[in-house]
Design a protein around this ligand. Sequence first.
Ligand code: CYT
Length: 278
Amino acid sequence: KINYKKSDYAQYVESADYIKKKLNGKIPEAAIILGSGLGEHADRITDAIIIPYREIPNFPLSTVSYQKGELVCGYLGGKYVIAMNGRFHYYEGWEMWQTAYPVFVFKLLGIDKMIITNAAGGINESYTPGDLVRVKDHVKLSPDSPLRGMNIPEFGERFFDMQSVYDKELAAIAHKSAEKYNISLCEGVYGYMSGPQYETPAEIKMLKLLGADLVGMSTVAEIIAAAQCRIKILCISCVSNMAAGITGAAITEEEVLEAGKKIASSFASLITDIVKNI
Ligand code: CYT
């Protein structure tokens, strides 16, 4: 049976209308999706209106314990933004289209730029845990797509180009801000694995052969949705640990979250400055 549920455009409109009412007609200049352990950016948002996901019609709910599950709408770097504190992962049991659901809702709010952060394992041996890497492309090691099923023409074409979603102008702004704050910001390719288990050393070897510098379990569904509805993307990963088999050390959830916390305040300053300049 074809997935007709995904194609119900009206449900997205209903979600967006609810949020629009809460924002009193303000149109956010950018959406920010906060990764694991990287919720601190949301604390910098002032005059915030908080909208719990559970209040929004048709919105999925966060099931990851350390993620909050709310939209934080307010000012960051002088710009009106909407941040997702808590995102949806395929490994939680959501369908891939549900993990990308908020992106289309953001599109309906009039948003055309999105900043995505995540915690990722470092495959490229020049990285050290705590490094920030701007994602310039990705490899998706899962046959699924958030757009599998009936297309919603209101959001874009059935078949579309993926070559320009990682926006060059936003990238340039990010690198300039990083320079200003003396934060080294390299570039890398993100390898998507569906998880929830961390990868095996052999899988990491494979990802490396395929050109991936980072590995993680999020982000790519949202990027694909953004590409279809022409939202420009800036994606920055925090290297939480070196990926399996690289140092031989065990990988733990604590370590993955800790790395994010350690650099949280410089990462938040960087994001704030980027937002100021977009
Ligand atoms: N792998 C992953 N660290 C890893 O090694 N998927 C996330 C974070």
